[in-house]
Design a protein around this ligand. Structure first.
Ligand SMILES: Nc1ncnc2c1ncn2[C@@H]1O[C@H](COP(=O)(O)OP(=O)(O)O)[C@@H](O)[C@H]1O
Ligand SMILES: Cc1ncc(C[n+]2csc(CCOP(=O)(O)OP(=O)(O)O)c2C)c(N)n1
Ligand SMILES: [Mg+2]
Ligand SMILES: [Mg+2]
Ligand SMILES: [Mg+2]
Length: 329
């Protein structure tokens, strides 16, 4: 086949995207819809997140990792609800900079993550925009009927846990912008966390079996903890000194004079794509065992109490953070 450099709508769909499509349900990306058979005994779980150049990724980020980040932020929402992903709808709003090679790179990123997470493309939309590039995905998954955890089930006495580490995405943005300097290995680790966060897909079944409430951490640990507190009509206490940090984040923290202020920044920076969950105190041991089996770090960061909103502490002292996370104004 001759090389092609026309970055048109139909060339993009038929030459680049069609090879990624689900073999039956996507109808070859040549029909008006995708058609999915229902799955008896399961609920269909859907989520949608968009990512925008200049807001969620940097204008010079490679498009393969932009595609991966798009899928991963969506996979993260499904994982936090205990659902197992199978496919997605994709909207591409290409900017002027998205020529054929850039589109090929984007599709290479999609292909990579489709293989890692065992998902397929089901359909979508392809348009050109005079503005910054943006993309969105509607991610779909299955969960056994009526098993899906909400933000609203936390009860006083429950314990609060978080997977993985917190603050790497926020530090990684600064590493990518060169407004932060650490040794090269740490800079790399942080930039990777920013560009290709790892959604905790393998933890979905654990969340489903044990969590009373859960959410993924996108806006900031404190902001997402508050979402759980509000939905559950309880108070959530968080201890900043136990915040789980990567080696790179710990190195950054060690370089700061004001530890408390630095921990606040890490707990409110967002872009973590970890899972915050609450479980009854009696389930702690089982939860820890399940995390260990998956080689997944899991940290107890607080507890659920009677009351309202979040209470943040550092070394036992109550503190009032100036902000709790990211919002789109
Ligand atoms: N434009 C919209 N139309 C319908 N529902 C929306 C819209 N924007 C957000 N939502 C819903 O609001 C809730 C919170 O959204 P969001 O904060 O983006 O969640 P998350 O952090 O899980 O991605 C979700 O149920 C989401 O589906
Ligand atoms: C260039 C750039 N600036 C800032 C950020 C930080 N940031 C942007 S949006 C956001 C919150 C998460 O995105 P959102 O659209 O709120 O996702 P959702 O909560 O819906 O999953 C964060 C931490 C970033 N990722 N990239
Ligand atoms: Mg969202
Ligand atoms: Mg989200
Ligand atoms: Mg948000």
């Amino acid at each position: 086949m001759p090389a092609i450099d026309v970055a048109g709508e139909f060339e993009t769909i038929q030459r680049l995207l069609k090879p990624l499509a689900h073999p039956e349900w996507a109808r070859g990306l040549a029909d008006d819809v995708a058609v999915l058979p229902s799955r008896p005994g399961h609920d269909l779980i859907l989520t949608k997140d968009a990512i925008i150049e200049g807001v969620h990724f940097l204008p010079d980020d490679p498009l393969d990792t932009v595609a991966q980040k798009l899928l991963r932020v969506n996979l993260s929402d499904l994982a936090a609800k205990g659902a197992e992903p199978f496919g997605y709808l994709l909207a591409c709003h290409w900017s002027e900079r998205c020529g054929w090679p850039e589109r090929e790179a984007f599709v290479a990123g999609l292909r990579r993550d489709q293989a890692i997470f065992d998902i397929a493309l089901l359909g979508g939309d392809t348009v050109k925009t005079p503005g910054p590039a943006s993309f969105s995905a509607t991610m779909m998954g299955w969960a056994p009927s009526s098993s899906t955890v909400s933000r609203g089930g936390a009860r006083p006495g429950d314990l609060v846990f978080v997977t993985g580490t917190i603050g790497d995405g926020w530090l990684g943005l600064q590493a990518a912008q060169a407004t932060l300097t650490l040794d090269p290995e740490r800079m790399d680790a942080l930039e990777t966390a920013y560009r290709t966060p790892m959604p905790r897909v393998e933890f979905a079944t654990v969340v489903r079996g044990l969590a009373t409430a859960s959410a993924d951490v996108s806006d900031g640990l404190l902001a997402d903890a508050r979402h759980i507190a509000e939905a559950s009509k309880v108070g959530v206490e968080i201890d900043l000194e136990v915040l789980p940090l990567s080696a790179a984040a710990q190195a950054w923290l060690d370089s700061r004079v004001d530890t408390q202020a630095a921990l606040e920044l890490l707990a409110t920076g967002g872009d973590d794509y970890e899972i915050i969950l609450t479980v009854p105190a009696g389930a702690e041991n089982v939860l820890r065992r399940e995390a260990e089996r998956r080689h997944l770090r899991l940290t107890r960061i607080g507890r659920v109490v009677e009351g309202k909103g979040i209470a943040v502490r550092h070394l036992g002292q109550a503190i009032t953070p100036t902000r709790i996370g990211w919002t789109h104004d």
